[in-house]
Design a protein around this ligand. Structure first.
Ligand SMILES: [Zn+2]
Length: 417
């Protein structure tokens, strides 16, 4: 069987044929070059308007890297024609295996991009003897294609969250679709301002925006404002994940403040190393941590009381009737306000302030799968952590869409991987 036969099976073109294949001498890796020729009478296609036109001249031969075969690097070699197009002037022809100035064939780009979903970009570059830049460009190409071709109709539930990046106080705003059966990243923007989120709604068509029935977010004011303005028809939910995150932060703040105070006053450092056993839920604690906690409980410390308040609040999520839930919420807030523990009081105030949005959690039960924002966020953080070598925002954005966007791909005649 000839190489041509294999190539025609996996990648054939209407107006072009494969010619001779030859080994390239004097290179360190085994390399094949396969000639490509235009069919006789086949007219060149203008890359400006996609219409055939008369040939003007031929450019020197160019190489386009194709998917490697058995560890052999493969290039297509072709001398591009220039077209004398009546409407565009003289342009370089459009060829079906590559786009623009790329020296990688489109098929090879998809190949690299698919691997880059499973491995880090560096690993893909090493395995296929190519550069990080080539992998990046391939992923970018895949993301652009998917971004343009994705379907944003009938999105019912979305979640908004922010994550930190660049180890400083830089944030990214992320919007996810969070329905059962469809969880994906829809939007990434820099910072966590009103404009970071508003950009998403401006990007949607009116019908797409109207189909959204539920939105989850935290209590970050700029988000609340944009949601109120853009999604008047939807139920806005302050969800369990975000609220418990806030509460854990408050418990932690109390502990840190108290530890500093105790140290200053010369008491033994009872709270040292207690961070994890206070934050953990009972079922996740180790035996040693449980002992530590019972030691702590002998003191009437603010940390312990905040911890108990937090534990008690877990019951809130178990109610099925919003009526009982609201009763519990009000009692909990009253108790917490009396505790005189400032960070906890702040939580209670903000829960009271957003009472309706929190109770929406019960109305949205079943549609908004709880925990999915958290799950997607963890994946996003993992992507950022794996993102060794992504210095720029552009690379981060591309990586997030690539791993979490669930973006569509074209139909391939042959699956290379
Ligand atoms: Zn043209």
């Amino acid at each position: 069987m000839q190489l041509k036969t294999i190539l025609n099976r996996v990648e054939s073109f209407k107006s072009f044929v494969y010619g001779k294949a030859r080994w390239v001498e004097g290179v360190s890796r085994p390399t094949l070059e396969v000639e490509v020729h235009a069919r006789k009478n086949g007219r060149a296609i203008c890359s400006g308007c996609d219409r055939p036109g008369p040939s003007y001249d031929r450019l020197p031969q160019r190489r386009f890297e194709f998917v490697p075969l058995w560890g052999i690097t493969v290039y297509f070699v072709y001398a591009m024609r220039r077209v004398d197009c009546p409407s565009c002037g003289v342009t370089v022809e459009r060829v079906p295996w590559a786009r623009g100035k790329s020296h990688l064939t489109t098929t090879y780009r998809w190949f690299l991009a698919r691997w880059a979903k499973r491995l880090s970009w560096e690993e893909v570059a090493t395995i296929f003897h190519t550069s990080w830049r080539n992998v990046f460009e391939s992923v970018k190409h895949a993301v652009f294609w998917g971004y343009v071709h994705r379907d944003l109709h009938s999105i019912e539930a979305i979640g908004v969250d922010e994550i930190q990046w660049q180890r400083g106080h830089h944030y990214l705003t992320l919007v996810y679709q969070i329905e059962d059966g469809m969880k994906r990243l829809l939007w990434v923007a820099q910072e966590r301002t009103e404009q970071s989120l508003r950009g998403f709604f401006q990007y949607l068509s009116d019908t797409e925006r109207q189909s959204i029935r539920f939105i989850c977010s935290d209590m970050w004011r700029p988000y609340l404002k944009v949601i109120a303005e853009q999604l008047k028809h939807a139920i806005h939910v302050l969800d369990r994940f975000h609220i418990m995150k806030k509460m854990n932060e408050a418990v932690d703040e109390v502990r840190r403040g108290e530890a500093a105070r105790l140290k200053r006053d010369g008491y033994e450092e009872v709270l040292k190393h207690s961070r994890w056993c206070l934050l953990k839920r009972r079922e996740n604690r180790t035996e040693k941590e449980t002992v530590k906690l019972s030691e702590l409980l002998q003191y009437n410390l603010q940390s312990v009381r905040s911890h108990l308040l937090r534990e008690d609040f877990q019951r809130f999520w178990e109610y099925t009737s919003p009526g009982w839930a609201v009763k519990f919420l009000d009692q909990w807030c009253t108790r917490t306000m009396r505790s005189k523990i400032e960070p906890m009081k702040k939580i209670a105030t903000s829960l009271r302030e957003h009472r309706d949005l929190i109770l929406n959690w019960f109305r949205a039960k079943g549609t908004v799968s709880s925990g999915s924002v958290e799950g997607l966020n963890n994946k996003a953080k993992l992507t950022l952590r794996k993102a060794y070598g992504f210095r720029t925002y552009e690379a981060i954005e591309i990586a997030l869409y690539h791993t979490l966007g669930d973006l569509p791909e074209p139909n391939f005649t042959h699956e290379f991987c």
